[in-house]
Design a protein around this ligand. Structure first.
Ligand code: HEM
Length: 495
């Protein structure tokens, strides 16, 4: 083919894509709830800003709390307040169960995990994974022992830091990895391949890539554009690295597996799998690929979210010294100075409990949750939602809604304490989302946060480093939201 012919073909393809995008855009205007106009092809992307959840709050002032917004050629319905979320995801639990298919979720998990699959496979798979997590010890005293052991290691590390400023963003990676790895593969991180410590960068890379405004999902052809170290290519490399490692671990578990001697998540998964296979069912999710992707979910979902919550906690405490003082006073009077706090203490630590709830509320590390797809045409109140519409829950908006919270921008754990001095969790505090697809790692995160926050407050005074700029509370967004990197110094508490 000569150059002219190639140019015509390219021109034809580009025109066809543009026309399709314009038609999708126009048809979405009629089927979806009203929302702001965007441009053809790119939609509202030029105005989405660095913090889409906050932009959506502004849009809701004009269009109400259920509106749509086009990101690239795809329209999303935004559920911007508690009523909208309740009337959809909670009150119509069978309707909003789908997940979107896009480039990054396909590359990451091929939709063979729990978080990004849907339909009957998701249902069976989610039950299986929850069962395996419970059997492997999630929420049980064995896990508390593992969390405490990871805390001890971190305390030792900080004790020897001699007031040298510590860059916080990777501080909780290893402790979390130790707990996850023990649960998933019954391995101590020290014994594991060094490769594991490099997973931090890979997990970060994946999360930054997976926000709703990710350009590779909006314009999939971008992934074919050089350079070789484009964000997309780094994303593929990172996912591949973790998957290859997990596949080898599962293989070695399979080789050693003995019925009745299950020690970890992978063992329990293999046992279920082998039982089903023996009964003639080798369909998904009963094969080792699905086992690998469930383990992959735990790496992906547990570490970044829980670490971000820890990072916000320290930032909020330093910005609100009166809260830190109250929390310490309560802890010292209940626990004393002779031993570390434990999970049981929390029945007498209402302020500490409320403090963690307030971190979940103000930080909201999963501000737009994971998109849900509506599996049939429906209504939320009198607003029509078309079949296959992707819906974003604006959890950040719920957590900062002045109709639900007095002075929402204030960091004030007292708002959760009732007249009997008990910490109470209101139904519209939803950091883990709600409904049948809500987070399956809540009790893991809860245990880790309680033990680590209490333990570190109990053992250390900490402060911003004089040698580095003081951080502000600006939010860095991907699929999760975390603070920008900051440095702290730690000194052992003497009193
Ligand atoms: C502070 C920590 C965490 C937060 C704030 C959080 C938040 C969330 C949110 C908002 C969702 C989306 C739910 C939805 O689609 O409606 C989710 C899903 C999920 N989370 Fe978490 N999460 C945390 C920790 C964890 C941990 C520790 C694990 C695993 C051990 C985990 C595993 C998952 C999985 C597998 C899903 C997908 C559930 C499904 O699609 O059925 N998460 N999480």
């Amino acid at each position: 083919m000569n150059l002219e012919a190639i140019a015509y073909v390219c021109y034809g393809i580009a025109s066809a894509i543009t026309i399709k995008l314009i038609l999708d855009f126009v048809s979405s205007l009629y089927q979806f709830p009203p929302g702001p106009w965007g441009l053809p092809v790119v939609g509202y992307i030029p105005w989405i800003g660095k913090d889409p959840a906050k932009t959506f709050i502004k849009i809701s002032k004009k269009y109400g709390n259920i509106f749509s917004v086009s990101l690239g050629g795809k329209a999303f319905v935004v559920l911007n307040d508690w009523q909208a979320i309740k009337m959809s995801i909670m009150d119509q639990p069978q309707t909003f169960l789908g997940r979107i298919t896009n480039v990054t979720t396909n590359v990451a998990t091929e939709r063979k995990d729990v978080a990004f699959s849907d339909g009957p496979i998701w249902r069976v798979h989610r039950n299986l994974v929850v069962q395996c997590m419970k059997s492997a010890g999630i929420g049980k005293s064995a896990m508390e022992i593992n969390v405490k052991s990871a805390l001890h290691d971190l305390i030792e590390q900080l004790e020897s830091s001699n007031n040298i400023p510590i860059e916080m963003s990777s501080l909780f990676f290893m402790p979390l990895m130790k707990v996850v790895w023990k649960l998933v593969a019954n391995k101590n991180v020290k014994d594991a391949n060094k490769e594991i410590s490099s997973f931090n960068d890979d997990i970060n890379c994946m999360f930054q890539q997976m926000g709703p405004d990710n350009l590779y999902d909006i314009f999939p052809w971008l992934r074919f554009i050089p350079p070789n170290d484009s964000r997309y290519k780094r994303f593929v490399k990172s996912t591949q690295k973790i998957k290859t490692y997990l596949t080898s671990i599962i293989k070695s578990h399979e080789n050693k597996w003995i019925e009745g001697e299950e020690n970890d998540f992978i063992d329990f998964y293999l046992s279920y799998m082998k039982r089903e296979q023996a009964a003639g069912n080798s369909k998904p999710p009963y094969n080792s690929d699905y086992c690998m992707y469930s383990a992959f979910d735990m790496f992906l979902a547990a570490i970044e979210t829980t670490s971000a919550t820890m990072l916000w906690t320290f930032l909020f405490l330093l910005r609100n010294p009166e809260v830190l003082k109250k929390a310490r006073k309560e802890m010292d009077s209940v626990v004393g100075r002779e031993r570390l706090p434990c999970l049981d203490d929390y029945s007498r630590l209402p302020y500490m409990k409320a403090l963690i709830m307030e971190v979940h509320r103000v930080a909201t590390v999963g501000p737009l949750s994971v998109p849900h797809v509506c599996t049939r045409e429906t209504r939320i109140g009198d607003i029509k939602i078309p079949k296959n519409a992707a819906c974003l829950q604006n959890i950040y908006a719920v957590h900062h809604d002045p109709n639900l919270w007095m002075e929402p921008s204030k960091f004030e754990p007292e708002r959760f304490i009732n007249e009997k001095n008990e910490a109470t969790w209101p139904p519209y505090l939803i950091p883990f989302s709600v409904g049948p697809r809500q987070c399956i790692g809540k009790s893991f995160a809860d245990m880790f946060l309680k033990i680590f926050i209490a333990g570190l407050l109990h053992q250390f005074n900490f402060n911003f480093s004089n040698d580095h700029p003081e951080p502000n509370l600006e939010r860095a967004n991907g699929l999760t939201t975390h603070p920008y990197p900051y440095f702290l110094t730690f000194a052992v508490r003497k009193y």
